[in-house]
Design a protein around this ligand. Structure first.
Ligand SMILES: Cc1ncc(COP(=O)(O)O)c(C=O)c1O
Length: 380
């Protein structure tokens, strides 16, 4: 596959900034920023906003998000956060006493607290899965799924170390066991191939502000066909049948718009954020997720080799997300390592005892050289 040449010209990243921290927050492409600015400016003159435009951005964006994950348009809903999307899922999953909810060790908190609440409400039990011995995390999860599993809630890559989960295998095992599968793809969607047809999750959610390069407080939920008759988290006017006719909104109806649209958040028609989100998704689709993945994999393999040769373990390439590095820091690493890097305009993040290095298409060879040199100085 041909790799994507450097795309820094599309971003506002000065040459002396090495931004290796997309896992915390992806930068907005300049085109998305400008689209957002134009959208925000519309509010200066609200009389110029026709009623139909309350529907326009979501109408255009829904199929793009669907394309990103191989879904049908009717499976997509707009959510402002992962926690919101997971709350929709939790509200629509029936678990019973003693059933298990499987989570990964060190999973992202939004994807833990939601299930703790559901467990408390249903008397289901949470089981946290960790890899033992030579087992991969994915193998450990696969092994843990059994007849008493009611739900598996997991990511495609773990946010701390990039450990990769074989979602097609997990999906198949969940179906065999009759367990529901809920995915948080925030740390992979847009950078790693994923197709709902291969995995068949019940629900999938992704925040837009990391690998999708969108604004904060954007995101989307996918609901499987058999999960599109559920109860939305909130009851608002816009995802009801006939909402387009503003003069008839007080003809209240119990009928929702078709598909997963019923789960759309209130005030989904964000005139500032959605045009920016759309521009980012269009850019990602124009690059192609498979080419993004291949390009980042190539970059990260080189960084991984350089880190391993310095004694920082990143784990086998086959067991981590190709776009994601979580290097185990040596014990003598200074506790303020990321602050020291920051002082040199090098941005990475620390989660637990791992240094997270998450470059993107704007990353240059010079960024990587500067990062490695600084690391050599700081780790001695
Ligand atoms: C895996 C993962 N999920 C979700 C989020 C964000 O969660 P929320 O949208 O609930 O703030 C993050 C942010 O770091 C994350 O890494």
């Amino acid at each position: 596959m041909n790799l994507i040449p450097n795309q820094r010209h599309l971003f506002d990243i000065p040459d002396d900034v090495a931004f290796l921290n997309v896992a915390t927050m992806g930068p907005l492409p300049i085109a998305s920023f400008e689209a957002g600015q134009r959208g925000f400016a519309r509010k200066l003159q609200p009389w110029t906003i026709p009623d139909a435009d309350f529907f326009e951005d979501t109408r255009q964006l829904r199929p793009l998000l669907a394309r990103l994950i191989g879904a049908d348009d009717a499976g997509i809903a707009f959510v402002p956060s992962v926690s919101y999307g997971l709350a929709v899922a939790a509200q629509n999953l029936a678990l019973s006493r003693g059933q298990k909810i499987l989570l990964l060790e060190d999973q992202f908190p939004s994807n833990v607290y939601t299930w703790r609440t559901l467990a408390a409400d249903t008397s289901a039990e949470i089981e946290t899965v960790s890899a033992r011995g030579n087992q991969s995390l994915s193998e450990a999860l696969l092994e843990a799924i059994g007849p008493d599993t009611g739900l598996v809630a997991c990511p495609q890559v773990r946010w701390t170390d990039g450990a990769r989960i074989d979602l097609a295998a997990i999906g198949a095992r969940c179906r065999e066991a009759g367990a529901a599968l809920v995915l948080d793809l925030t740390q992979s969607c847009g950078a790693m191939r994923f197709d709902v047809k291969d995995v068949q999750p019940d629900f999938m959610v992704a925040a837009g502000y990391k690998w999708l390069l969108g604004p904060y407080a954007t995101g989307f939920l996918y609901a499987a066909p058999h999960r599109r008759n559920g109860r939305p988290l909130e009851q608002n006017w816009i995802n009801r049948e006939g909402a387009e006719d503003f003069s008839r909104l007080i003809d209240y109806t119990d009928r929702y718009a078709p598909g997963a649209e019923r789960y759309d958040m209130g005030e989904r028609s964000n005139f500032a954020l959605l045009p920016a989100f759309r521009a980012s998704i269009e850019l990602i689709l124009s690059w192609g997720v498979d080419r993004i993945e291949a390009t980042l994999a190539h970059r990260n393999r080189a960084i991984a080799d350089a880190l391993e040769s310095r004694g920082l373990k990143v784990g086998p390439n086959t067991e981590r997300g190709p776009h994601y590095l979580g290097a185990l820091l040596p014990e003598h690493a200074p506790p303020d390592l990321t602050q020291r890097l920051r002082a040199q305009q090098i941005y990475a993040s620390k989660r637990g005892n791992r240094l997270r290095i998450t470059p993107h298409l704007f990353t240059s060879d010079d960024d990587v050289q500067r990062f490695l040199l600084a690391l050599d100085q700081m780790l001695g």
